[in-house]
Design a protein around this ligand. Sequence first.
Ligand code: PLP
Length: 365
Amino acid sequence: MTNAPVPKPWIMEIAPYIPGRSTTDDGRKVAKLSSNENPLGTSPKAREAFASAATSLERYPDASATELRDTLAAKHGLDPARIIYGNGSDEVLHLAAGAFAGPGDEVIYVNYGFSVYPIATRRVGATPVVAPDKDYATDVDAILAAVTDRTRIVFIANPNNPTGTYAPRGEIERLHAGLRPDILLVIDHAYAEYIDGGDDDGGMALAQNAPNVLVTRTFSKMYGLAAERIGWGYAAPAIIEAMHRIRLPFSITIAGTAAAVAALGDTDFVASTRDHNAQWRAWFADEIAKLGNAGLRAIPSQANFILVLFEGELTAETAYKGLMDAGYIVRWLPGQGLPHGLRITIGTAEETQGVIAALRRMAGA
Ligand SMILES: *Cc1c(COP(=O)(O)O)cnc(C)c1O
């Protein structure tokens, strides 16, 4: 007998999620380029809808999120009955793990994958299996080689976070074709809106047609609504039905839902965010390439951030601290096997140019 409640052993194996920072070591507020938020803010229409929702705070939200599902379905050509929603797509990822994996089961994700996957996996007592990457990108063959009789879920983010890498449609289809039909393939589309030229990895078509594919999406990035925690997913009816059984009944709020619905209607805001990101992501990558002599390298990104590797004299840790001194917080990820990398969100024009100027100074260029 012990004299205090004992957490489950698999819970104590979870390394807590580390959020992006917004202040420096000495408490200064600086440009936050550590959480892949939208540097252009939020659609004014979404902000207006959010403010108008302040009238009936005593009411519970609509537990079936009918307006949100109908608006999403109309916009994306989907069946509203097959949409699940949650407190950010993080909740939807947890619902997938909770409904389809448990003790004795294995869950696969890639090396340098999104940090929520190990947490969602261990939380339900399942065993994480990490598939090796191919120069920081998703390696379909390595994932397929990691499959065993115990595999229940494969999580991939496409584009991936923190690497920004993108697996094209052929690779996603090959991955799906190589998995047993009883394995749930979760394709996390948190950054799908940022892919060059509106390219599509075919994930949503698989979720439409296959019985074992869940696509997750979020309002936190392109739609600039990270504060309001609205995410959603799409899959076959049986997948969605299982996830609904363990969903918190009221995990998305009335104001957040109103903002999300309005944001879907503001195509100008989305287009300007996409253009801004494409322009400055390309510029940023070009500028990092010019620092190649100093050992800096940008991993090709299709997201709203770039992973910069420091393989010369200037280390990622030194650059991280130097950027903080210069007024920019970025993401240093030693806990994710990337002590030599910084993940830098594409900010405003001024921020993006400021980061490059600081890196050039530190690299002696
Ligand atoms: C940001 C992000 C999410 C979205 O998180 P929310 O809970 O919807 O805010 C999901 N997956 C990846 C890979 C992300 O980077």
